[in-house]
Structure formats: C-alpha cells, structure tokens
Design a protein around this ligand. Sequence first.
Ligand code: ARG
Length: 458
Amino acid sequence: MALWGGRFTQEADVRFKQFNDSLVFDYRMAKQDLEGSKGWAKAICSVGIITKEENEKLQTALNELLAEVEHDPHSIANAGFEDIHSYVESRLIDKVGELGKKLHTGRSRNDQVATDLKLWCRAQAAVLLDSIRGLQKSLLKTAEQFKDTVIPGYTHLQRAQPVTFGHWALAYVEMLDRDYIRLKNATDLMNRCPLGAAALAGTAYPVDREKLARDLDFSEATRNSLDSVSDRDHVLELLNCASISMVHLSRFAEDLIIYNSGEAGFVELSDRVTSGSSLMPQKKNPDALELIRGKSGRVIGALMGMLVTVKALPLAYNKDLQEDKEGLFDALDTWHDCLDMAGLVLEDIKVNADATLDAAKGGYSNATELADYLVTKGIPFREAHHIVGEIVVFAIKEQKPLEMLTLEQFKQICPKIESDVYPCLEIDALLSKRCAKGGVAPGQISSAIEFMKQHLAC
Ligand code: ARG
C-alpha cells in the first residue's frame, strides 16, 4: 500500500509505478531508516504525541525489524513497495497495528530520506576508511620488500633518473593518505542531522532537534529546514573522494600494466589476478589492473551525473533527488572493490630486479650526475648541462652508456673531467645523493617506511 492516496481517484499506471519506485535500490538504507525511525519515535514521545508505552512498543517492533533486515537486506528489494520508507512503515503496521500509523506524525519522507542517506554515507565512509588503510598497509609491505630494487623513474614516459620499486610504492601510500584525510573531512562535514526539517518548512511539533541529532549520533542539528531537505553535498563529496582516489588507483594500475608489458618485463603478476586469451594460448593479461583503470571512468561518471542532477534544482525537495542513490551506491561499491583488488595484485607480485636494474642503467639516466660532477669542477650548471648534452650525443653514436666512455673520450669534449668521474656515475651514488627529505636515498626510504609504519600503526 502507498503512503498516500487520499486525493487520488485512479490507480497509478503500472509503468509509472515501476519508473517511480525506488525500493529496488534504496532497500540498502533499511537499517538507517529503522535507526532514524527509532530516533523519531523517541522525539515525538518527548513532546507527547505518543505515550511512553507506545514508544516502547514501537522501539521493540523497530528492533525486531532491524534484526530481520540485517539478516537478509536484499530480500526487501522486490517486496513491491514504493520505497524503503513505505516498506518500513507498512511492516511496522503489520507488527503493531494502528500505532504504527502514528510514527510519521510531524515527519516527511523528505527529511527522512535525507537523514537515512546521511547515516548510510557515514557508515559506508567508515568501511572505506578501513579499506584505504588496508591498501596503504599492503603498499607499505611492498615498499619494504623492494626498497632497494632499482627501477627506472620516468618523466614523459622517458627514462629520467633511477628510483626504487619501494619508492614507487611509497608514492601511492602518500596519495592514499590524502584520500583518507579527504574522506575523513567529508564525513566530518556531514555530521548535521536533517531530521525534524519535515517536508521543507520544519516540523510543526516542538521537538528538541539537537537532542534528536545526538541520539542519532550526529554532532548537531542542521540549521535551516529548506537546506536540510535539499542538501546533497555529502553525496557529491563522497563521489568526489571516490573519483580522486580512483584516479590514483587508475594511475597505479597503469604503471603496473606498463611494468608488466612484454616490452618492459619489470614485474610478473600472479595467475590469481590475470586471465588468459581464448584464442592466443601464450597470453596472460593484467585484467585486474585494467578493470581498476576502467572502472575509474564510471566512478567519475557518477560524480558528473550527480553534479548535473543538482545543478539548477530549485529549493527545496524535488524528485530528481531520488537519482542521488544508484550512482553513489555503485561508485562507493566500485571504489571499495578496487581498493581491495589493488591489494590483491600486490600480494604476490614479482619484480624482475635484473631487468629493472638494466633498464635503470640505460637511457642515460645518469646524465644529471655528470652535469652535477662538472659543477663540482667549477663549471656553471647551465654550461655543464650543454656539455653533457654533447657527451650524450657522442655516447649514443658510440652505442655506449656514459660510464663506458674512456677518460680520453670524456676529455675530448670537456678537459676538466678526471677519473674521479666514474664513481659518480654508479647507480648507488645516484641514489644515495638524493638524501634530502622525500628523496630516493636508502636512508630516506627507510625513514619514510618507519614514519608510515607509525602513522598507520601496524
Ligand atoms: N524515494 C524518495 C527519494 O529517494 C523519498 C522521498 C520522497 N518524497 C516525496 N515527497 N515524494 O528521494
């Protein structure tokens, strides 16, 4: 039965009902709808709309429903009601009869849905905060395992300067740390309770909304009823958090896809996260990573969709707002799964240290060192840069890395070069020189790992 109908003489068209109903997806807020209802029953009891005994009866029935829905929330989805609010109210009436019909006094589905969704967002954010920490811990383990494994570092996808696989992993720990803080900030901002705003103008009963807010574990009540029922900033913020984090995960996936390519051969992915080709027997494809990269698109799409949905919506509630849920649910599920899958990929990744070292040594990635060496011989950096450019051209012609040129060859281009140039061109020297905070020097990597261990308390 619908929650309305008095002013209607015709049944809703079946196709309209299907189009309008939201239970198929908003059943996911069953727990929150019941929690909110418990809070509201208490609030209307305190202003004398229902008696203490009636409140107790409602609380018991709502608790029973809570236990039922927790057991199998999905079973509600196809129960045929308009939305989760109609479902809960009807089940309540089944349980307590006429008394169930009093619960909606002074409340509207507009403040109810706003409250339910905020409660849901908060619960889901807590789960996601844990998932982010989980992936950070996996990355940290990878960083420790491969802290000295040299790989080429790139700019413009050209080999630039050597780094280590551990340093690479720590870069993603940092990105995820910002994702964590961003999500935490977003949850702090959604901490005001809209219940009691009613349809749009505020409830007509002198409910203590601050107390109601605290009962539902919010820090305070919202301050304006029109804003309360039309605000979906928390949805946008979570979608924004998800999108930025998915961009990070997508870059992580892309790096590993490149490292895993036949051309690079830097890493080998486990059979557990790859799949084969139905035609080409030799293939082992990085599907888990490609899906992470691909799914970033649909999460960003959900953010764009919701921004466009709320843009130019007049105050206060409009049914357009019902479109806030499917994209959000899907985006947060996707984000959650991708965080999990990224951790699984790292679990038994193999790094081919010989291949990465060879690649790091190639591509003249020690050219900057040579320029820095010339600076120690009194040549201004700009000039040194130019000289090294000439030396690189010569070395390319000779098909030799810089460290294989003879001293005579060096001296032909720059007489100031002495035999002490060779140690400077060694890979270890290259790494250990980057010893300022955040650099790739072994000491810096170790202290970054120590810092993160403490930070993540693992
Ligand atoms: N299913 C609706 C939603 O998700 C609930 C609120 C409906 N309110 C109304 N006045 N029709 O937004």
